[in-house]
Design a protein around this ligand. Structure first.
Ligand code: ATR
Length: 275
């Protein structure tokens, strides 16, 4: 029997860990999955997607810079993708419609709660950034019923826009938006969703947002401690995590959407950490 074909599409795509992650899932679960990486031309994502599915492909992951395009291209969207405004997972449903899903927020929440034992219910959460990455995780974070969630961003108007967009999902949580200079007391959980560290920059936060019990999570990952996590450690944080676990968990959730099986993620995270 031949394998079912899956792929990740992005530009550039050479450094993507997704093929490695999904091939580890396939061998662990015995699912007949073959997973490759495709670099789509920047101006023709649509043709790449069409050709992949016409060639018999079963499902795609989508990464930078095509997540919003994938969302627009789909004929149907899951509830979590609808609000995220971006898609990282595509497949066809039984009616033949192209469905967009977004597993990023689920990946973050699972990594925090299941892998790191972080309690989100009742927590005071500070989220840094207001771009696509943050928009993708706000719904799943709010679904855990934090006491409060503050969105801080360099461009405050973008944080305000996300506040308006997610007001209906806040429930009893105190949802607010501000600039980086405003937060002035400790948080239980701080999630960095800015791309500042790509430029070696730091969001200019006050150090008193960190207390001994603060959990700091950088959605970026790298071999070395990320710039943001190093800043947090230097300012008294005890628990800092990078986004490798989120990457593996979002992949596992895509695998579950496609195959109906949720792989064990801990051994895969360990393997990637030691690659
Ligand atoms: P992504 O898909 O990674 O979220 P994005 O939509 O371009 O990418 O958003 C990038 C986020 O990182 C934004 O919140 C951006 O702040 P602005 O909205 O003010 O642009 C933030 N960001 C990027 N570079 C930054 C820097 N040097 N310092 C602080 N924030 C930065």
């Amino acid at each position: 029997m031949s394998n079912d074909l899956y792929a990740v599409v992005g530009h550039p795509i050479g450094h993507s860990k997704s093929p490695r992650i999904h091939s580890l899932f396939a061998s662990q679960t015995g699912e007949p999955v073959e997973y490759t990486a495709i670099q789509a031309p920047l101006d023709d994502f649509t043709t790449t997607v069409r050709q992949f599915f016409e060639g018999g492909g079963k499902g795609l992951n989508v990464t930078v810079p095509f997540k919003e395009q994938a969302w627009r291209l789909a004929e149907s969207r899951t509830t979590r993708a609808e609000k995220a405004g971006a898609a990282n997972t595509l497949y066809h449903n039984s009616e033949g419609q192209l469905v967009a899903d977004n597993t990023d927020g689920c990946g973050l929440v699972r990594d925090l709660m299941s892998n790191h034992g972080v309690k989100l219910e009742g927590a005071r959460i500070l989220v840094l950034g207001a771009g696509g990455a943050v928009r993708g995780v706000l719904g799943p974070l709010l679904a855990q019923k934090p006491a409060s969630l503050k969105i801080a961003n360099r461009t405050v108007a973008k944080a305000d826009a996300l506040l308006a967009l997610f007001a209906d999902e806040a429930g009893a949580a105190d949802l607010s938006a501000c600039g980086f200079d405003e937060p002035d007391q400790p948080f239980d959980v701080i999630v960095n969703g800015t791309s500042a560290s790509l430029q070696g920059d730091l969001p200019p936060l006050r150090a008193n947002v960190i207390a001994a019990g603060t959990v700091v999570y950088d959605m970026m990952y790298s071999l070395q401690t990320t710039t943001f996590n190093q800043w947090a450690l230097d300012n008294g944080a005890v628990e800092v995590f990078d986004g490798l676990g989120m990457l593996v968990e979002q992949a596992a959730e895509s695998f579950r959407v496609w195959r109906g099986v949720y792989p064990e993620t801990a051994p895969v995270i360990d393997t990637l950490r030691n690659d």
